[in-house]
Design a protein around this ligand. Structure first.
Ligand SMILES: Cc1cc2nc3c(=O)[nH]c(=O)nc-3n(C[C@H](O)[C@H](O)[C@H](O)COP(=O)(O)OP(=O)(O)OC[C@H]3O[C@@H](n4cnc5c(N)ncnc54)[C@H](O)[C@@H]3O)c2cc1C
Length: 502
């Protein structure tokens, strides 16, 4: 095999010497990799984790730590919510959007309570208390939160139950999650090799993946994996070439990643004939405070509402990016979004929960606010009048926001331009940008045991994947927690399946 590019698979016959040998080789040490390594290492298999950075973590360690779990977990029960795997699956099939992987969702929902206990046994703490308001990440250590289940249209499709499970950490819990999972993997016997970047898969004459070629401090090394290679390398939001080819709408926005999501694992497998799914799908976080949005109106560049403001905020972001964009350049495209609130709505959200967000424009009348924001003449005034009429009637007949959040807007009024950005407590610096923060949901096509599938849908022997290197549960939709959720769930499957490979 001649190397046409950096990811072209290397023929095993061309590898004269292996620098290291293991049974299961995990590439990428985020949550999916840690889960895979733990399950493989708890068998008698030798497990090596390869990580290009200097330590475990990836995007997983930076994350909010929200994990989508349900079907009747002890935390749901303690907080007084009934749930079943069937209701959870019904919600996920709707929320993951067109192209959602129904078989994976059924499996994931049926196994969710067991997966909760698995996380607890790995030391991940969850507090049996509920945070009951729209937010990205609660400022408390409450263990349970809504992620859109109690918002329209999901209220009509599945019995609502909160399923956002959070490790016991104030604000972002990803660091704690990764500490627990990496400790578990290494205690089970997994060994690690840091500062080492996998570049290409090694394949034998039968087409079986038997190892990887990697670079460590500028030197090429070859690693033999006797039972399997597991790709847990994350997504491709940091690779602008791949975004341009597959998901151009995501170009130019703030990248939600640890900076290592260059799609290397996806490309290594593609070079071997792996199939991919939904490469254009993306999570789109708008720089808005969900609690403020729920208490007011969210409008686009035409001054029009376009989504029930109490829903999972990523749905507002996806609608803003994919539906509202009115042409022109997609790169950093037109994500004009304004949050309109009155003084009571603004003050109702405690200052620490506003993440530094302040009104960008304040006015005594809707007309004045419309002028200040340069929204089309008559648009915002008509929109506010309609919103107030619906609020006084007690029902949002247009977009079905829950009556809980519906209240007439009373001057003085404020408009918040999402391009001014937000700054979560864990981050420093200016966040002004397009108003959107994105990561990719498309990736390798895998089966229920995390085998990577080829273009015919057949297993590529010796190759497994999980986490954002794969498409996982997702169609075009996303809900917080499904990334850490499907990554750890199917990461475990990958570790188990690889370890038992003969
Ligand atoms: C601020 C923030 C908040 C988030 N909040 C949530 C949340 O609350 N809930 C949720 O579900 N998701 C959340 N996400 C998304 C989620 O964190 C990621 O999608 C998820 O962690 C991906 O897990 P992973 O294991 O697939 O990849 P990662 O955790 O990114 O791990 C991949 C690892 O692979 C390594 N790697 C890559 N290529 C190579 C290579 N060629 N060789 C060797 N190593 C390689 C990388 O260095 C990295 O360490 C958030 C993300 C961010 C950044």
């Amino acid at each position: 095999m001649t190397a046409r590019n950096s990811v072209t698979p290397r023929a095993a016959a061309e590898v004269s010497h292996y620098d290291l040998e293991t049974d299961v080789l995990v590439i990428g040490y985020g949550a999916a990799g840690a889960a895979a390594a733990f399950e493989a290492a708890r068998t008698e298999a030798r497990v090596l984790i390869l990580e290009r950075s200097g330590g475990a973590g990836g995007a997983s360690a930076m994350s909010g730590g929200e994990i989508y779990l349900g079907g009747g977990t002890p935390i749901q029960v303690a907080c007084g919510y009934d749930d079943t795997p069937e209701e959870m699956a019904a919600f996920l099939k709707a929320a993951m959007g067109a192209g959602a992987d129904a078989a994976k969702i059924d499996e994931y929902s049926a196994g969710s309570v067991e997966h909760f206990h698995w996380l607890v046994h790995r030391g991940v703490p969850f507090k049996p208390t509920m945070w009951d308001a729209p937010t990205w990440v609660p400022p408390t250590d409450d263990g349970l939160m809504w992620l859109g289940e109690n918002s329209w249209p999901f209220t009509e499709l599945a019995k609502p139950a909160p399923r956002g499970h959070r490790p016991t950490a104030n604000d972002f819990g990803g660091k704690l999650l990764m500490e627990c999972l990496s400790r578990a993997a290494e205690s089970a016997g997994a060994t690690t090799l840091f500062d080492t970047q996998a570049g290409a898969l090694i394949v034998d004459a039968d087409g079986v993946v038997v190892g990887v070629v990697a670079r460590q401090y500028g030197t090429e090394i070859a690693i033999r994996a006797h039972r399997g290679v597991i790709l847990t390398t994350g997504g491709f939001v940091d690779n602008d070439g791949m975004l341009a080819a597959h998901a151009p709408e995501l170009l130019g926005h703030t990248k939600v990643s640890a900076g290592t999501d260059d799609g290397s694992g996806i490309r290594m497998a593609q070079a071997l004939g792996a199939g991919v799914r939904h490469m254009s799908s993306g999570q789109v976080g708008m720089s808005l405070i969900p609690g403020l949005a729920a208490r007011g109106m969210v409008v686009n560049a035409r001054g029009q509402r376009f989504m029930n403001e109490d829903t999972y905020p990523g749905r507002i972001g996806q609608a803003a990016l994919y539906r509202n964009n009115m042409g022109g350049s997609w790169a950093g495209g037109d994500t004009a979004v304004w949050v309109i609130v009155d003084e009571d709505g603004f003050e109702d959200v405690p200052e620490p929960q506003r993440w530094g967000v302040r009104p960008t424009h304040v006015a005594e009348t809707p007309e004045e606010l419309e002028q200040l924001t340069a929204l089309p003449t008559g648009s915002l005034t008509a929109g506010i009048a309609r919103y107030n009429e619906l609020a006084m009637g007690g029902a949002d007949l247009d977009l079905h926001k829950s009556p809980r959040w519906l209240r007439p807007l009373t001057p003085p009024l404020a408009a918040i331009d999402v391009k001014a950005g937000i700054r979560p407590p864990s981050e420093a610096g200016d966040r002004r940008g397009t108003g959107a923060s994105v990561f990719t949901l498309g990736g390798l096509h895998t089966d229920l045991d995390a085998h990577v599938l080829d273009l015919n849908g057949d297993r590529i022997p010796g190759l497994f994947a999980a986490g954002r290197a794969t498409n996982g549960l997702h169609g075009i939709g996303y809900i917080s927690g499904t990334s850490l959720g499907d990554g750890t769930f199917f990461g475990r499957r990958a570790g188990t399946a690889a370890a038992r490979t003969e």
